[in-house]
Design a protein around this ligand. Structure first.
Ligand code: ZN
Length: 255
């Protein structure tokens, strides 16, 4: 399994990170992708990459929650740290708490999609309460070879289908699927397994039976179990296909 979205550098793991990694490996997690947030978390991310080489992979980008009046400096920092990055992320739009920096978030996303184009890298996209603006931005900035994950997906199948008119996108499925969330289960049911990747978004969004507690990559097994149930197939098939999806998206340069 590949955890395509885990904030392993978060301070929630400072006391026992080695054990968390050992449990993930034990559970069958072969690689992890660490999405960047901003300059403040960059050094913790770098330390994590050094501790678990060949297992953790870095991305670069500015999270929409970190876009404010100073966003240009944040973008400069992220743009100057693209070495070894396997994706641009996590980037996107989040108007859930505030629309104060709506314009800035859209401009920052547009610029970072441009980096993905220049560097031929996939995007890791965060979108919350912003689907019309996200689709408009993807449409405006679309380029041949645009691809990525729509992480912690909370949109409908129609929005996902439209996003795929502008690029090749996968939905990132994590703990929310195990909550009593009929809508997401419905979207997953209607979506081809070839368009799904696994993610935890740990330390947040722990699946049942750990809901509300600290999440970790080892819990991907609970997501796999739920996916197998919804897709009416076996867990081996879920792991094989989602791992292949993540490999082709993040670990191959081909389009
Ligand atoms: Zn995240």
């Amino acid at each position: 399994m590949i955890d395509t979205h885990v904030h392993l550098y978060d301070q929630a793991y400072d006391a026992d990170r080695d054990k968390v990694v050992a449990r993930a490996k034990e559970a069958g997690v072969s690689r992890c992708i660490l999405p960047a947030i901003d300059q403040d978390t960059y050094h913790a991310m770098e330390a994590c990459l050094k501790s678990y080489p060949g297992w953790c992979y870095k991305t670069t980008g500015v999270h929409p929650g970190s876009v404010d009046g100073e966003y240009k400096a944040a973008l400069d920092f992220a743009r100057s740290h693209t070495a070894d990055a396997i994706a641009i992320g996590e980037v996107g739009l989040d108007f859930y708490r505030s629309e104060e920096y709506k314009k800035e978030q859209i401009t920052a996303l547009e610029e970072q999609i441009q980096w993905a184009k220049e560097l031929n890298l996939p995007l890791i996209i965060h979108s919350r309460s912003a689907f019309p603006e996200l689709l408009a931005t993807l449409k405006k900035c679309s380029f041949p070879g645009m691809r990525g994950t729509l992480h912690a997906w909370s949109g409908g199948k129609d929005i996902f289908t439209e996003a795929n008119r502008y690029g090749r996108f996968y939905i990132g499925i994590g703990g929310v699927l195990t909550f009593r969330n009929a809508r997401l289960a419905e979207v997953v049911k209607e979506t081809n397994l070839n368009q799904i990747v696994l993610e935890t978004d740990a330390p947040w969004l722990a699946p049942e039976p750990f809901r509300g507690k600290r999440n970790e990559s080892a819990y991907l097994v609970h997501i796999v179990e739920k996916l197998a149930e919804i897709k009416n197939t076996d867990k081996k098939q879920i792991v094989a296909v989602t791992t292949q999806n993540a490999l082709s998206l993040f670990f191959s340069k081909s389009l």
